[in-house]
Design a protein around this ligand. Structure first.
Ligand SMILES: Cc1cc2nc3c(=O)[nH]c(=O)nc-3n(C[C@H](O)[C@H](O)[C@H](O)COP(=O)(O)OP(=O)(O)OC[C@H]3O[C@@H](n4cnc5c(N)ncnc54)[C@H](O)[C@@H]3O)c2cc1C
Length: 274
């Protein structure tokens, strides 16, 4: 959802692979017993006999939470504008082609903003606007961007005004710490101010958090028997938030679940057999 066209790094075997392609490989490899339900925000959990009941709809003997940083909503661009102008404001980039040969403003200073600026610089003129001189994203990405001719970097600037003229967004940018204003015109803008997200829904179930992450032991078990967690949702000393680490944690969790559900079965140690 966040970066379907991005070339993902650090997936073993692939030098690089586009996110949408990785997802296709994963879904193609699901077995026939697996079903996927989308557009369902999980909220409620109760226990009946040996089963967990999720939102009064699904029952399961074990639960594996892989909720990342939680169900998220993008932080909005801070200036109100007309409905027509809003159509030129994007919070996700599903199809980069819609930006081809245009002037694109990208607001934000983290990895998402830098990744989008880099990707779109192949097909459009991009301007990166951030409220601080320092970026939170990877230094290598910043250095690449600084060397590109069709990328302009504006720091430290904050958007203050928007006018929608001739199908373009004319944005007034204020230099932080001074009264200086400049105006820049964009065909479209991408807002990468991060997301409002949390995993508090599992806290209501009694799952122990550390900060906003779920505490697990080395078997990916939470404090509640039968509830396991993996991926960016969890924390333990030394965890790194990358996809490959999550894949490994899922294999550990599946083994833990199998041992709990089928204690008399001998599990093969060379594959999860699932
Ligand atoms: C810009 C950017 C670039 C990145 N690049 C790379 C890279 O190149 N290589 C790499 O290895 N990693 C990269 N990462 C990190 C990687 O995206 C994460 O580590 C990974 O996505 C975590 O996977 P996850 O399944 O734990 O969580 P997520 O991918 O966040 O998935 C969690 C899912 O759970 C859903 N969810 C949450 N709460 C609920 C609920 N209550 N009910 C139902 N659904 C819910 C969410 O909507 C989401 O779909 C990048 C991250 C960012 C932000």
């Amino acid at each position: 959802m966040l970066y379907p066209f991005k070339n993902i790094a650090d997936i073993p075997v692939f030098n690089k692979i586009q996110a949408s392609e990785l997802i296709k490989h994963l879904t193609d490899n699901l077995n026939a017993l697996t079903t996927i339900e989308t557009d369902h925000k999980v909220i409620d959990l109760k226990q009946e006999d040996d089963y967990f009941i999720i939102d009064n709809e699904y029952s399961a003997k074990a639960i594996l939470v892989a909720s990342g940083n939680g169900a998220f909503k993008p932080k909005k661009f801070p200036i109100n504008m007309t409905e027509e102008a809003e159509k030129h404001v994007h919070y996700f980039v599903k199809d980069p082609k819609i930006f081809e040969n245009q002037n694109i403003g990208i607001f934000g200073g983290g990895d998402s903003a830098l990744d989008w600026a880099l990707e779109l610089s192949n097909i459009a003129n991009t301007s990166l606007i951030h409220r601080r001189n320092e970026f939170r994203g990877l230094e290598t990405s910043i250095n690449k961007l600084k060397n590109l001719k069709n990328v302009e970097i504006y720091t430290p600037y904050l958007p203050k005004t928007v006018e929608f003229i001739d199908n373009k967004l004319n944005i007034g940018l204020k230099k932080v710490g001074s009264d200086q204003m400049i105006n820049r015109e964009f065909d479209q803008i991408i807002v990468a101010y991060g997301f409002k997200a949390n995993n508090l829904f599992v806290k209501k179930w009694g799952v122990e958090l550390e900060g906003s992450h779920i505490k697990v032991n080395s078997e990916m078990t939470t404090n509640l028997p039968g509830i396991y967690a993996v991926g960016d949702a969890i924390t333990y000393p030394g965890r790194v938030p990358i996809i490959g680490v999550g894949f490994g944690e899922a294999q550990i969790a599946i083994n833990s679940i199998m041992r709990k559900l089928f204690p008399n079965k001998t599990l093969t140690i060379h594959s999860t057999s699932l």
